[in-house]
Design a protein around this ligand. Structure first.
Ligand SMILES: [Cu+2]
Length: 328
């Protein structure tokens, strides 16, 4: 009898761990059941978003258009602009500043010539002893103030425009300047950093692109959508500059600078590092390929990323509570 009891106890001890494990396990199964069925239902939606198994081909490399997004031989004006801020800045430069500067320069030059001729010694042997003229003094004080006001109002608007914070739906790309190439990372899409190096003269010629501006891996962005670049440097100070998009921002080690812009139309836009950063400073160009949104999504998929982005997933999963206090 004793032996039977001890056998029973031994049996209980032997199976106890299995029993104790099996209870939470079944509870987990129950809890996991809806998740599994949700996953099973998901492929219908997810099929067109991210199918990790099947490989999506990247869109073909876009050919640049001559004169767009690049400097031209003999060009001395600002490049044609492809962002709203750029167009505004272009207007301030060409429509406002240049005419004002021209009128002032011509006026001063004519005034000098007239004074030299009218008050020369031969024509004016006895000089006037006039020291003050209230009316002229008021004019030469008030006129420059008015001119400065006319310039200041749109200039302050442009300054504010250039530092406007990015809207919530902006695409975020982290740009890192290295000696002597650029690194691009898409944190929300889950695309890890890839580097962008200048093409050799032969390669650039083969692709039909301008040498010293063409790169192997371009910074691919969607056209018509707000973009937020987070710019930093890994070693020394670089500067991320694209003249045709009115973008120029220093890439400083240990600091995250931000630049927001929207590219108006698809195309290839070139730029260069614009801060003396060492021996090969002149050989770290920037090339942006702005794609229509659908093609951009295709590119993101081809890189193994999620075009919807993590931010979108998060906001869909956990909407902000209705009673949340408004941020001031
Ligand atoms: Cu640099």
């Amino acid at each position: 009898m004793k032996m039977m009891r001890s056998l029973f106890v031994a049996g209980l001890l032997a199976f106890a761990p299995a029993l104790s494990v099996s209870v939470p396990a079944s509870a987990q199964e129950n809890a996991a059941a809806p998740a599994v069925s949700a996953e099973a239902a998901a492929p219908a939606e997810a099929a067109n978003v991210a199918a990790p198994a099947e490989k999506v081909a990247a869109p073909p490399r876009m050919k640049p258009t001559e004169g767009i997004g690049m400097p031209m031989p003999g060009e001395y004006t600002l490049q044609k602009q492809f962002s709203k801020t750029g167009e505004y800045a272009h207007w301030i430069h060409n429509g406002l500043l240049l005419p004002i500067i021209t009128v002032i320069s011509v006026f001063v030059a004519l005034l000098l010539l007239w004074v030299m001729f009218r008050f020369r010694k031969a024509a004016n042997p006895t000089p006037s002893k006039t020291a003050h003229n209230t009316l002229i003094e008021v004019i030469w004080t008030v006129a420059p103030v008015l001119i400065l006001l006319v310039i200041a109002v749109p200039s302050i608007g442009l300054l504010a425009d250039q530092y406007k914070p990015a809207p919530k739906d902006a695409l975020t790309v982290k740009v890192t300047g290295y000696q002597w190439y650029w690194g691009y990372e898409y944190p929300d899409q889950g695309i890890p950093e890839f580097v962008s190096n200048m093409l050799t003269a032969e390669k650039a010629a083969e692709y039909g692109e301008p040498h010293l501006l063409a790169v192997d891996n371009r910074l691919v962005l969607p056209a018509g959508k707000p973009i937020k670049l987070i710019i930093t440097g890994a070693d020394v100070i670089h500067s991320f500059a694209i003249p045709s998009l009115w973008v120029k921002m220093d890439a400083v080690p240990g600091r995250l600078n931000e630049k927001t812009f929207t590219i108006e139309q698809p195309g290839v836009y070139y730029g260069q590092c614009s801060e003396l950063c060492g021996a090969r400073h002149g050989f770290m160009p920037i090339a942006i390929e702005a794609l229509p949104p659908a093609e951009f999504e295709q590119w993101v998929l081809s890189q193994g990323g999620n075009p919807k982005g993590k931010a979108a997933e998060k906001s869909a999963a956990a909407p902000a509570p209705a009673g949340a206090p408004a941020k001031i």
